[in-house]
Design a binder for this molecule. Structure first.
Ligand SMILES: [Cu+2]
Length: 357
């Protein structure tokens, strides 16, 4: 029964592939149906669709001389250099081999070699310059999601700028405003490039702190990947297809980073969804307050007390709680399929908060 179902699904997939590639020859063959689904995806791809023409990609992403970065952490603070009154940051888009889990290493397209890319963190009113080099095999641009940048810095290809071609450098410059939790990400072929890893946190701290400062301040970027046989595809290469890995800061559970907290500390967790799916995050142990939405502070009287918050693609929620209870407390997505790794539970969008005396 199960195998019949599988053949049915694979047949439908091959039919869809063929339907999407008019005039490119017969894609379906008996050998494809005999293979595993990962072989199918790999076998069916060559020459079938071309990303540059704008169609959804059935080919894995690529890159040359890929460096493997097994111990690298995503979203780490990026150092700046000072040029007069401006903070200068350097970003390079490049392909690397990224470790989602110890035994799951996949090609990723990254800023500076990590998923997410490095965190840019500045103070409201700072002048920032980002010197951006594209070492990817495709053009790309950067969009500063939620930040009040001049139109010419908004990163929309062929609207506000020419796409940054492979090998080219582009300079983004703006004044950091307003304060809050933001992101930066590719705005070129986002369906592929963002799910391939081209996203990162951008935090603008207020000039004057408006509320008690948290003892622990953590930023989580949530996304999804489709990885088959070590090859990375667009997370949802066509309607109805699903990613098979779900990541927090580029890692799936149990490789997600445990948050270490002392009893009584005020904890802020900034949850940012950058993939293509919604994720209702549920915290065990104590409820939290939603203190900012999409970077903007929520007035105290309007701060809902919740234990679950739905984070949609593009949204950020800053939640805060006092860790009053000692123990290993779980934060996880409550779409429980998202707590699997390639259909095996537990995995994916789970992380532990370790509260000690
Ligand atoms: Cu989820």
């Amino acid at each position: 029964m199960k195998s019949l179902l599988k053949i049915g699904i694979l047949s439908a997939f091959v039919f869809l592939l063929a339907a999407c590639s008019p005039g490119k020859g017969a894609l379906a063959s008996p050998t494809m149906l005999a293979g595993s689904s990962s072989e199918l995806v790999a076998t069916a791809t060559p020459g079938s669709m071309n990303s540059v023409e704008g169609s959804h990609m059935m080919e894995p992403i690529n890159g040359e001389n890929l460096e493997t970065v097994p111990d690298a952490k995503g979203g780490q603070l990026l150092a700046s250099e000072i040029d007069g009154d401006t903070k200068v940051f350097e970003l390079t888009a490049k392909a690397v081999k990224w470790s989602i889990l110890q035994d799951v290493v996949a090609t990723a397209w990254t800023y500076n070699g990590t998923v997410p890319g490095p965190m840019i963190r500045v103070t409201e009113g700072d002048k920032v310059r980002i010197v951006f080099k594209n070492e990817l095999p495709q053009p790309t641009t950067i969009h500063w999601h939620g930040i009040a940048v001049p139109n010419a810095m908004d990163g929309i290809p062929d609207v506000t700028q020419k796409p940054v071609q492979p090998g080219e450098t582009f300079i983004y410059e703006f004044v950091a405003s307003p304060a809050g939790t933001f992101m930066y990400h590719s705005h070129y072929e986002g369906d592929l490039q963002v799910s391939a890893g081209l996203y990162a946190p951008f935090i603008i701290d207020p000039k004057e702190p408006v509320a008690p400062q948290p003892d622990v301040d953590v930023n989580l970027m949530v996304s999804e990947m489709l990885v088959k046989g070590g090859q990375t595809y667009a997370a949802m290469p066509m309607a109805g297809m699903e990613p098979n890995y779900f990541t927090i800061n580029g890692k799936a559970f149990p490789e997600t980073e445990t948050i270490q907290v002392k009893k009584g500390q005020l904890v802020r967790i900034r949850i940012a969804a950058i993939g293509q799916l919604v994720h209702p995050f549920h915290l065990h142990g104590v409820p939290f307050k939603i203190v900012a939405t999409d970077g903007h502070p929520v007035p105290e009287a309007a701060q809902l007390t919740k234990d679950t918050v739905l984070v949609s693609p593009g949204e950020r929620y800053d939640i805060e709680f006092v860790a009053t209870e000692v123990g290993q407390w779980m934060l996880h997505c409550h779409i429980l399929h998202h707590t699997t790794n390639d259909n095996v539970e537990p995995g994916g969008l789970i992380l532990m908060i370790n509260v000690t005396d």
